[in-house]
Each structure stands twice: as C-alpha cells, then as structure tokens.
Design a protein around this ligand. Structure first.
Ligand code: NDP
Ligand code: N5H
Length: 257
C-alpha cells in the first residue's frame, strides 16, 4: 500500500482564497507529495489562485478555468487536462452557491430560480464533473466532495442549500455505485462551520461557532487542516475500502441532540 501521494496527480476545484476549504485540501495533498491541478470559476480569480499556489514549495501545478454551470467549460477543461497530463488519481469538489437572499428567513419563500441555481452549482456539478474526469482516472482513485449537516437536518438559515446538500449526499451514493467497477471511490466530508468567503455575511456565524465551542464533543471549531487531512485519507490508499461514505469532520457536533 502506498500512502505517499508522490507520482500522483489530483484536481482541486474551488480555491477562492487562503481561507477556502479547498486550499486546506490542496496543502494536505501537497505535503503528501501530490502534483496538483487547480480549477477556478472565472479568469478574474486566476491570479489569486496562482499567487497562493506559488507559496507551495516545489509544486509544479497546472491551472484551468472551469465554470461548473457550463457543460462545454467542464468538457473543455477535462479534455485539456487529459492532453496536458494524461492520468488523474483523484478530484476534490469544493463548490457551492445559493443566492444570498435565500440563505436567511423562511425556506418556504425559496424561488424556482434560486432552487435550481443552488442545485445546479452545488449538487449537479458533482455528477457532471465525475462523468468528465472518469476517462482520465485510468488507474482508479477517489473523488471527494464537501457537504454540511444542514443537508441531514434543519439548520436555521441554511434553507435551499440544505436541500441541495441532501441531493449532493444522495449523488455521492449513486456515483459510488456507478464508478465503483472502474475502481473510483466517491465520498463526502461533512465539515463543521469554517469562516470562509462563502460563509461571510451569511447567518450569525459568531453564535454558530460559540455553540460549537460549548456543545461539540471536542469543544473547538473545525479547521481547514482537519478537513484537508481527511481528504488526504479519502484520496489515498488508506481508505481503499471506503466508498459512498460521509465522514463528519465537525468536532463531533453531529452526534449531539
Ligand atoms: P469558498 O467561498 O472558499 O469556496 C466556494 C467556491 O465555490 C469558490 O471557490 C467559488 O469559486 C466556487 N464556485 C461557485 N460557483 C462556481 C461555479 N459556477 N463554477 C465553479 N466554481 C464555483 O467557501 P468554502 O471553502 O466554505 O466552500 C467550499 C465547499 O465547502 C462548499 O461546497 C461548501 O458548501 C462546503 N462547506 C463549507 C462549510 C463552511 O463552514 N465554510 C461547512 C461545510 C461545507 P469562485 O470564487 O472562483 O467563484
Ligand atoms: C447555517 C449556516 C449559515 C447560513 C447559510 C450559509 C450557506 C452558505 C453556503 C453557500 C455556498 C454560500 C453562498 O452561496 C454565498 C453567496 O450567496 C455569496 N458569496 C459569494 O458569491 C462569494 C463571493 C463566492 C466566493 O461564494 C461562492 N459560494 O461562490 C451554514 C454555516 C454554519 C456553514 C456553511 C458556511 C456551510 C456551507 O455550505 O458553506
């Protein structure tokens, strides 16, 4: 069994800045020796991702623009990656979006457009990306996505994103079945709240974190590094028997009633 990721290449989707969970995953994979490929949503984010990656010593990374709402963009990205590097050993999908005005108040008021946008970007994108990366994963490997407790139970203000995460969680299981015979495992990490750009300005984050510090078994908030190391586990041979699974990296908060 090889738990070093030397000689392996992983795609990381969803680094916006140094607080991104995707960046925590990238650092863990980098430390394990992996070569990394980054995708960003639009050209205007390219420089900030490149500047961050320049801080990873000895990392010979590649960068591609990929808007997951656009089938052509997904196809072009993975065709280009195949041309440039050939085989891929895994992928981290760290992408979600819902309209800000629908992440507060009553879920009942969710619009059709808002519902479809949240599901398109936050859930369907995993299926579209999994289909596009499959031909590049000729040696098998792992796909990891990020989810949140609000998909399993009602969490105030998470609203339409909770419904989209429930759909994402079900997709992880169906994709695990679709891709298992190709040696590709599909798993989710359910992360505890982490202050990222997405989390900015939504809900009362301080109150949510205080509750974690008081009631979660580990009495401390989740870190990017904790999620990063669990992604490393799920993308390495250590987890070779694990697929269709959701691992909570949330200081144990999900077991508290
Ligand atoms: P970030 O804001 O750092 O990352 C969100 C990413 O989604 C951004 O990089 C953004 O890209 C990308 N994105 C949005 N729309 C598109 C699109 N159309 N195409 C491609 N990329 C897109 O936040 P997080 O790190 O917090 O979020 C990562 C994941 O973690 C999400 O799935 C989130 O739901 C999940 N999660 C977060 C938790 C938290 O507390 N922070 C807890 C549990 C789960 P760009 O900036 O280029 O637009
Ligand atoms: C219960 C909570 C707090 C309330 C709900 C938060 C939901 C957050 C998820 C989505 C992804 C946030 C989002 O789409 C924000 C956008 O409307 C506005 N922001 C942006 O457009 C920025 C610039 C870009 C980078 O963001 C994206 N996403 O593209 C949940 C929290 C305790 C935990 C949490 C924050 C979960 C989660 O899923 O992220």
């Amino acid at each position: 069994m090889n738990v070093s990721l030397e000689g392996r290449t992983y795609v990381v989707m969803g680094v916006a800045n140094k607080r991104s969970i995707a960046w925590g995953i990238a650092r863990s994979l980098h430390e394990a020796g992996a070569r990394l490929i980054f995708t960003y949503a639009a050209e205007r984010f390219e420089k900030s991702v490149r500047d961050l990656v320049a801080t990873l010593e000895g990392q010979d990374a590649l960068f591609y623009e990929c808007d997951v709402t656009d089938d052509e963009s997904i196809e072009n990205t993975f065709e280009q990656i195949q041309e440039d590097v050939g085989t891929i050993h895994g992928l981290a999908h760290c992408i979600a979006f819902a309209n800000k005005e629908e992440l507060k108040g009553d879920y009942l008021n969710t619009s059709r457009d808002g519902f479809l946008t949240a599901h398109n970007i936050s859930s369907y994108s995993l299926t579209a990306v999994a289909r596009a990366v499959k031909p590049l994963m000729t040696e098998g490997g792992g796909i990891v996505t990020l989810t949140y407790l609000g998909g399993e139970r009602v969490v105030p203000n998470y609203n339409v994103m909770g419904v989209a995460k429930a759909s994402l969680d079900a997709s992880v299981k169906y994709l695990a079945e679709s891709l298992g015979s190709s040696g590709i495992r599909v798993n989710a990490i359910s992360a505890g709240p982490i202050r990222t750009l997405s989390a900015k300005g939504v809900g009362d984050f301080n109150t949510i974190l205080k509750d974690i510090e008081e009631r979660a078994p580990l009495r401390r908030p989740t870190t990017q590094e904790e999620v990063g190391d669990t992604a490393y586990f799920l993308l390495s041979d250590f987890s070779r028997g694990v697929t269709g699974e959701m691992i909570h990296v949330d200081s144990g908060f999900h077991i508290i009633g």
